[in-house]
Design a binder for this molecule. Structure first.
Ligand SMILES: [Cu+2]
Length: 156
């Protein structure tokens, strides 16, 4: 009888472990479902061919001038990508939300300090097509080197 009882107990334990494993496996299956959602998100930019076709011109045209509002803060420009058309007159209206920053767009000979809370307008003609890097030109702390962006000048 003892041995039979032991056998029964062992069987119950084995069954419990099996049930636990199956439950664990079932609980884990939602992860692929969550992945499916992720795929939906990651697929969308691919369908839209993000890099080629989704470049919307930044800001708006005001009396023929492309006005783009930009916020500067530790440690980013928002938006970090500014898109304009070649030949356009551009007015960047940049406001620092925290401390003093700067913006340097070397390809256009621009280097301007940005005082906190004050809007600084930078006016230039986007006469060079292509991608032009810009960055913060006033040291603003540990993330200063990461504070940069891109001015994309689309050719016709
Ligand atoms: Cu900065």
């Amino acid at each position: 009888m003892r041995q039979k009882n032991n056998f029964a107990i062992v069987t119950i334990i084995v069954l419990c472990v099996a049930v636990a494993l199956i439950t664990f496996a079932i609980l884990r299956t939602p992860t692929p479902h969550a992945d499916t959602h992720d795929h939906v998100y990651t697929d969308q930019p691919e369908h839209g061919n993000h890099h080629e076709h989704e470049l919307k011109l930044s800001g708006e045209l005001v009396n023929g001038v492309r006005v783009v509002k930009i916020k500067a803060r530790r440690f980013e420009f928002g938006p970090g990508t500014v898109v304009v058309k070649v030949g356009e007159k551009v007015r960047l209206e940049i406001t620092s939300e925290d401390i003093t920053h700067g913006i340097a767009i070397e390809d256009f000979g621009i280097n301007q300090g940005l005082k906190p809370g004050k809007m600084q307008a930078i006016i230039f003609t986007a006469d060079k097509s292509g991608n032009h890097h810009f960055h913060c030109s006033v040291y603003c702390g540990s993330g200063h080197d990461d504070m940069h962006g891109e001015l994309i000048v689309l050719s016709d």
